[in-house]
Ligand binder design. Structure first.
Ligand code: NAG
Ligand code: NAG
Ligand code: NAG
Length: 346
């Protein structure tokens, strides 16, 4: 209860900070643009040329962002009054997810939309359906099982799913989203069985590991991420898996998938908490100079389902301050507040 109160206090603080108008944002760091190219980084990570690697990594994460580039992103300049209003509305809706305010435009569920058979769009949809049906459950979950120490029947897929790729598991996350959306759009039961089998197999991996962690690569990649050492975007992949599982819940009613998401988020909440309490919130933000996909997006969505303040706090912590400028938390205040909050609740 005490913890929950503190959490609410922190939440209010974070939200107030978000809505306040700040003058100048904190200095931001960003990776060199070249390093944000996936093919370039693949080349870099797999290169045997140590001289070249060292030369490139010297600059990794350490290039201060051109202030004027960020200044032009400052919402004070770009945020019109009506947009500011939409932000406030968004937070209001997030805070009371159960009260629906709009009768104006409503989202139409995919379950209620069917394409005209014989139309080119229907054909495209069915080509996609057939493709999704071609994918093999054992192959999709191969690296997840390997990482969990479970038997690995069959073979892994290649490309980003290859057993030595630092982005393995990424495509599986996309598969979970695509199949959930396809099922909602067609109610093809063969697909439903298959995608549910993938969720169950992933659940077995998560149970085997026993911490909430669920990924096709070992958690060592997050140690590197937190130590600001070279690693290819682990949160980017985790976002895809979280989003995929959440889609399995929201579009296909798979409650097991929601449980898995919550357990995963607990695990990552603790990781981020450790970074902030052991170091600082700035250190956490520095690590966000690596791509983290839509971590904040999926966590806001999760919060709109669970109304668990923990999920909202973690979502805010993935709002990169130097990217969001005005909307960012003021690090000097918030870092102490968060650090103290977590120290006192440890
Ligand atoms: C390794 O990289 C260095 C520095 O970029 C370059 O001068 C050298 O030619 C490379 N060596 C090989 C074997 O490619
Ligand atoms: C699912 O779709 C495939 C491909 O169109 C089709 O062959 C199969 O019969 C469908 N399964 C069910 C149960 O509708
Ligand atoms: C932070 O400290 C905790 C507890 O001492 C430790 O288990 C954890 O590995 C540390 N995490 C980081 C990111 O340094």
């Amino acid at each position: 209860m005490q913890m929950e109160k503190e959490m609410k206090g922190l939440l209010v603080l974070v939200m107030v900070s978000l809505l306040c108008v700040f003058g100048i944002s904190k200095e931001c760091t960003n990776i060199p643009t070249q390093l944000s190219s996936h093919s370039f980084r693949y080349e870099l990570l797999s290169s045997q040329n140590e001289t070249w690697k060292e030369k490139m990594f010297e600059h990794y994460h350490l290039t201060p962002t051109d202030d004027s580039a960020w200044a032009s992103l400052l919402p004070r300049k770009t945020l019109r009054e009506e947009d500011e209003y939409s932000w406030k509305m968004m937070y209001k809706n997030l805070k009371s997810p159960l009260k629906s305010s709009g009768n104006f435009l409503n989202e139409m569920s995919l379950h209620n939309v069917r394409l005209d058979p014989g139309s080119i769009h229907w054909q495209a949809q069915h080509t996609n359906l057939e493709y999704l049906l071609m994918l093999d459950v054992n192959k999709l979950v191969w690296s997840f099982r390997k990482t969990a120490g479970l038997p690995t029947p069959g073979k892994a897929y290649g490309g980003w799913e290859a057993p030595d790729s630092e982005l393995r598991g990424h495509f599986v996350g996309h598969y979970l989203s695509a199949s959930a959306q396809m099922w909602a759009s067609t109610h093809n039961e063969t697909l439903k069985k298959k995608m549910s089998a993938v969720v169950s197999a992933l659940s077995a991996c998560q149970m085997k590991m026993g911490t909430g962690y669920l990924s096709a690569f070992p958690s060592e990649l997050f140690d590197r991420f937190e130590a600001i050492k070279p690693v290819w975007a682990p949160y980017y992949t985790i976002h895809k898996i979280l989003a995929g599982l959440l889609d399995q819940y929201t579009l296909a009613d798979n409650s097991q998938a929601l449980k898995m998401v919550k357990w995963m988020v607990d695990y990552f909440y603790n990781r981020v908490r450790n970074v902030i309490t052991n170091y600082s919130v700035e250190r956490h933000y520095l690590s966000l100079n690596e791509e983290t996909g839509g971590m904040n997006d999926v966590l806001y969505k999760l919060f709109s389902i669970t109304a668990d303040p923990k999920h909202l706090v973690l979502a805010h912590l993935f709002d990169k301050p130097c990217f969001l400028g005005l909307l960012a938390v003021q690090a000097d205040d918030i870092s102490d507040a968060i650090r103290n909050h977590w120290r006192s609740s440890l």
